[in-house]
Ligand binder design. Structure first.
Ligand code: BV8
Ligand code: ZN
Length: 254
């Protein structure tokens, strides 16, 4: 069955040519990334082998209740993660997406990652739907500020009102920023191609973007080390490391 642009659906392909063809023709692109794209920078993923959550249960730490119950324990976990992130740099996968953005008229990068590596690699339009580990927010007055110090002086306080600060991330059970989420949905709906990289597609509503793309007739390419709940209905499921495949997939053919 040959499909639009000669690409067959749901092709688990080691050969990158069909995906390169599809992506090269796209004029409007939406990309969703997860922890997998930062793995090759040395950032532990959440659920894979050696994943962050292995030692910690997300429900125990990445929730408002956990922070309320024990802000110090919560902050010690985030400060430990900030320490890892302070030492890492973007990898070729991040740079390939930044380079691709410069060549595509309409490009939106939607990330679940809170590490800031896409912006550091040069992407300008990044929707951080789960917030940023480098932002602190005062729970008393709501003021937000960027802070990249490590280690943090725990417990961090707001310079304006002295209130307790929390990490500027979206915890389980918290709503995503409605404007950012609406922009992500708009970008996916209006894309020619939706590229999904390095996510286990377990966390919602981020994982609902792929079915949204499908219902809008947008072609979907997935890149992951292993199959995910999305792999069965994407147009092309590529198996491999994002740091190695993205440059081969996206960089202009010489
Ligand atoms: C909400 C910030 C209401 C904090 C995180 C249905 C609808 C709506 C909500 C729900 C729903 N069902 C359940 C819920 C509730 C919940 C949820 O999804 N629970 C899950 C566990 C079932 N969702 C929420 O609470 C969300 N809020 O629902 O509000 C609402 C409803 C509708 C619309 C709007 C609002 C809030 C969720 C946000 C939670 N915060 N992070 C922090 O970081 O501390 S989530 C956390 O998981 C990280 O952000 C992470 O990015 C994210 C997803 O994980 P992945 O990125 O996919 O990482 P993972 O380790 O799982 O996978 C890595 C993948 O990479 C693997 O597949 C691996 O194979 C691959 N890989 C590894 N190396 C490589 C690679 N691939 C390529 N190359 C490599 N080298
Ligand atoms: Zn304050």
């Amino acid at each position: 069955m040959r499909d639009w642009h000669g690409v067959t659906r749901n092709e688990h392909c080691a050969d990158l040519e069909p995906a390169r063809l599809l992506l090269r023709q796209a004029r409007s692109v939406a990309v969703l990334t997860g922890a997998g794209i930062s793995a090759e920078s040395g950032v532990p993923t959440f659920r894979g082998a050696g994943g962050l959550w292995k030692q910690f249960r997300a429900e125990d730490l990445a929730t408002p209740q956990a922070f309320e119950r024990d802000p110090r324990a919560c902050w010690e976990w985030y400060d430990w993660r900030r320490g890892i992130l302070a030492k890492v740099r973007p990898n070729p996968g991040h740079y390939a997406l930044a380079d691709w953005e410069r060549r595509i008229p309409q490009f939106t990068l939607i990330t679940q990652n809170v590490d800031g590596l896409h912006a550091e690699a040069g992407n300008r339009s990044v929707l951080e739907i789960h917030g940023s580990i480098w932002i602190l927010r005062c729970i008393a007055c709501g003021r937000e500020w960027k802070d990249r110090t490590f280690p943090l002086d725990l417990l961090p306080r707001c310079g304006a009102c002295g209130g307790l600060a929390r990490p500027g991330v979206v915890w389980f059970g918290e709503n995503l920023n409605p404007e950012i989420w609406a922009a992500a949905e708009r970008a996916v709906r209006s894309a020619d191609v939706f590229l999904v990289v390095g996510t286990s597609a377990q966390v919602y509503p981020a994982a609902s973007l792929a079915p949204l793309a499908r219902s809008a007739g947008v072609r979907i390419v997935e890149l992951n080390l292993e199959p995910t709940p999305l792999s069965g209905f994407v147009d092309l499921a590529l198996a491999g490391r994002s740091g190695e495949i993205l440059p081969r997939l996206l960089l202009p053919s010489t």
